[in-house]
Design a binder for this molecule. Sequence first.
Ligand SMILES: Cc1cc2nc3c(=O)[nH]c(=O)nc-3n(C[C@H](O)[C@H](O)[C@H](O)COP(=O)(O)O)c2cc1C
Length: 296
Amino acid sequence: MKSFDPSSMHVRDLHSLLLGAIGPRPIALASTISKEGVPNLSPFSFFNVFSANPPILIFSPARRGADNTTKHTYENIKEVPEVVINIVNYDITHQMVLSSANFEKGINEIEKVGFTSLDSDLIKPKRIKESPVQFECTVNQVIELGDGPAAGNLIFAEVLKIHVHENILNEQNKIDQQKIKLVGRMGGDTYVNAFGDCLYDIKRPNDDNIGFDHLPKDIRLSKILSGNDLALLANESSIPDETDVNEYKLLDLSSLFMQHEENAPLLEIALHNHAKDLISKGNINDAWKTLLAFNN
Ligand SMILES: Cc1cc2nc3c(=O)[nH]c(=O)nc-3n(C[C@H](O)[C@H](O)[C@H](O)COP(=O)(O)O)c2cc1C
């Protein structure tokens, strides 16, 4: 393992190490307005939701690494403490990237990148019609984290109103995770599409799960089962009893036992492989019976 000391690194390398490791990051397309009324639009992936009550989103327009100047988004917010955070999805990725160009202050960036602006209901900055979810926010706090190049500026944006395109909502008014087609920012110029085959569900853990500490040693130290496999086994509330294991051994595992009758190590490997296969199909109970059958 290689270790790095942030205090002795060039800020450019530190920035790249941090962003390479922390991802995918959601992208806020922040719409602000100057005191003269000129709209500004820029993407920020130092962004997330931090509270639902009150509803608080935070993003960070950092000081520019090259010349330590502040970004127009930050300056606008200091002048007019309001922002529309438009969520970025696949359909607007390239226009979003275009909006990150260093346009001169005073340029209407919404027009420049071809988005359609909509009036907000409660604040001055415009909404982006093409964005699937638009949060009208008031800025109730700004925390400057430093005064050197790349220092972050945390913008605490309290959500006043949320606009959602109806075509991404299901009947319960929840956002359909396949339909919203979210994208995330990774390290460098890499992005990820968070839809299609890459989405999967993991159920919440059982509060009375048996835990890794109660896994039998031969299972916990398996060369075949991964940490993910073991976690699924450890999430069970109880393990099958001896009668169930014996019945399963007789009905479902007899061919494996016969095949490796003379060779216990090979039998153990075969049983662990079989259990792994069952786990991958979500059949955790039979996986447990398979593993326990070895010592029964
Ligand atoms: C996907 C993406 C994410 C970005 N995230 C950030 C960020 O979190 N913080 C930041 O300071 N700059 C970020 N940038 C760069 C700014 O968008 C860029 O500096 C922009 O020109 C700032 O515009 P402004 O001066 O009009 O505010 C990001 C750029 C892209 C394309």
